[in-house]
Structures are given as C-alpha cells and as structure tokens.
Design a protein around this ligand. Sequence first.
Ligand code: SF4
Length: 427
Amino acid sequence: MTAVIPIHADAGCTDSPVLMERGQREVFCGLTGIIWLHRKMQDAFFLVVGSRTCAHLIQSAAGVMIFAEPRFATAILDERDLAGLADAQDELDRVVKRLLERRPDIRLLFLVGSCPSEVIKLDLSRAAARLSQEFMPQVRVLNYSGSGIETTFTQGEDACLAALVPVLPISTQQHEPELLIVGALADVVEDQFSRLFTAMGVKRFAFFPSRSSTALPAVGPQTRVLLAQPFLGDTAKALESRGATRVPAPFPLGAEGSAAWMQAAGSAMGLSADAVEQAIAPARQRAETALAAHRASLAGKSIFFFPDSQLEVPLARFLARELGMRLTEVGSPYLHRQHLAEELAWLPTGTQLSEGQDVEKQLDRCRAAQPDMVVCGLGLANPLEAEGFTTKWSIELVFTPIQGFEQAGDLAGLFTRPLTRRTLLAA
Ligand code: SF4
C-alpha cells in the first residue's frame, strides 16, 4: 500500500509565517493564458478588446505557434474609442459580426477585457449578452478579464474557466459521485490520466475545459472537483456554488505528487487505496526511475522562486522532496491557503514563503541568498543571468506538459538543463 496523503497535516509549512509584499511587480498579465487555452479549446476564439500593446504581447508570445488561421485576435481600441468619441459597443458588434461571417467554425467566442477596455469602462458582459442573444445557438459569446490591472499570468485561465461555469449543463446524477478534473492540461497528459482513471475503475470522469465547447461537462451535487492546477480559485468557487465539492489533494507534479493526487481521486470515488496503487504502480515506478537520473545533479543545490505562475509552491515541494534541492525563498503572486494545504504541509519546515511582490526588495534577498538557480519571469531572467545567476523561465513551466508520472523526468530535466549549460559554459 502507498503512503497515505497527509491531508491537513499539521506539519511542514502549514502554519509558517508568509512575507506579504505589495510593490512593483514583474509579472505577465492574464492575456497570456490565451496561448495555451486556444490550443486546448479547439472550437473557441479569443477576441482581446485592447490596445496595440496587447496585440503585440499576444502575437509575440504565440508567434511561433501560429501555423494557419489563428484562434485569437485583438480588436484594437483606437484614440477615438479611448477618448469616448466613438461608440465602442457599436464598433465591437461590427468586428464580431465580420469575424463570425469569416469564421463559421467558431462555436464559442470569448471577449477578453484588457487594461484599456477597463480604463474606459467598456462593459464587455453587456456586449457578450447582446451578441450571444444574436448568435445563439450557433455561437455562444462569453467575456472575462485578462487585464494586467486585475490579473497575473495564470489568472487569465481562472477567469476564463470561471466565466464558463454558469453555462455548464446541470448533472442528472443523483447518487453516484462523478469526477471532474479541472484545469487546462496538454492533450497527451489528459490521455494518460484518462487511461489511469479507467485502470483504477473510475467510471464517471470528465475534464474541464473540454476540447469541444459542444461537449461541456455537467456539474451538480455529485460532482467531485479535482484541481489539476493551483491557480483556479475563482473557478473552484464557481463550481462549488453549483453544488460541486472540491477534493483536497496536492498537485500532480512528480511521482509522489501524482500518486497522492490519484489516491485523492480514488478516495473521492469510493475506491480503496490498494486498488489505486495497483493501477498506478508501473507508471509511478517509471517516474521514480526517471527522477533518480536527475537527483545526482540537483540534490543539495539551492533554488529561489520569484512569484509568477502560482505553480511555485507545488514545484518547490517536488524539487525539495523528490530531488533534494534546498529552498531559499518560495514566492507566489497569491497563496491560496486552502487549495495549497497539502502542498504547504509537505514543504520543509522553515521554508521562507512570500506572497505578492516588491521586486527590488526581492532582488536584494535573492542576491544575498546567492542561490544556484532562480525561477523567474522573462523580464528578470536576462538581468539576473548577466549578474551570474542561473535562471529558469517560469513561463516555460506553464507551456510545457509537466503533470503526471510520465512527465516527471521531463519536469526534473527543465531544472537540470540550465545548471548543466552553466557548467559547460564555465568549462
Ligand atoms: S492587458 Fe494590460 S498589461 Fe496586458 S498587454 Fe494589455 S495593456 Fe499590457
């Protein structure tokens, strides 16, 4: 039998003090989420209502991934809109009509708010309701905010999924629990999890977001929500308001995290720990073997996390427990104590945690700690490399499939590679 998950265990960093910081931030805005969401939701289109800056951000972040007709665009607010000289609602209607005429494959259209649309108080929820009325049942129109005023990097996904929750069908399931895995996962990871859940004997499970907007999962009091990502606070709240119950679990990073996540799913679905262990044992063994190859390079090395993706705490737990790295500071834009309870319990006691950012102060702490590796956003990576630090871009950890047993070795490799490269350069 596998180790029992220490859910709500009074251990590790459960009650550790957190350094709260409010100052200058170096974080991408929530528009960035469109880059992975458009690949996941294959009949959706994301129309950013923003400025040329927003368009440039999306184009440069996604540029290499555009092969054919992209499924995102920016409706640019010009000076007349911003000065209130034109009716932006009318212009938006015209842009949407033109888009839908040209792209009959779109089934779900998101109007994505930005800093400029918020500054001029453009009511996108009104626009979405009006346009939905006009284009349903062919196209549903929803809205959410990806603005840098309101959201950081991964919160765009949270806002997008939370906007979808009210339109999920009502589940008719009365007595048996049904599992809903929540958070965008690469298709390859989703397929692996599907195979494992089936092998465990889970009969009713679905993923949210689904690949097609015409096959949205149903939700109701029998729904058991298993979060696959740690940044989905609003989505979880919206699902709970529809009667669903969240399953407490760590996140599926590394062999240990994936096993505990699977065990939590099994327990929520009424399976025994032995049945789950039997189904996952070969995959877990492969993950442990893959990790052993990286432990020699990473054990004893120190690492410092700047806040960026909200993946920092689960990543730190994985690196400390499974690869023996030393945590100097683990910063996160937002620490959701409830959703991270199992992760915090697993962090080594005494780990320095910080929430929010005051970038200059944090840079000072980083320089004082002299870590072997720094995980940070793109804006900080180059200057820190120039100062001699080895860095890892946190955005890469969101774009790369890292969840589950089969990806555990690849995830460790993302940290081994920068260290190896630095050693080679030094030689
Ligand atoms: S939403 Fe705001 S932060 Fe994001 S690209 Fe547009 S202007 Fe910049």
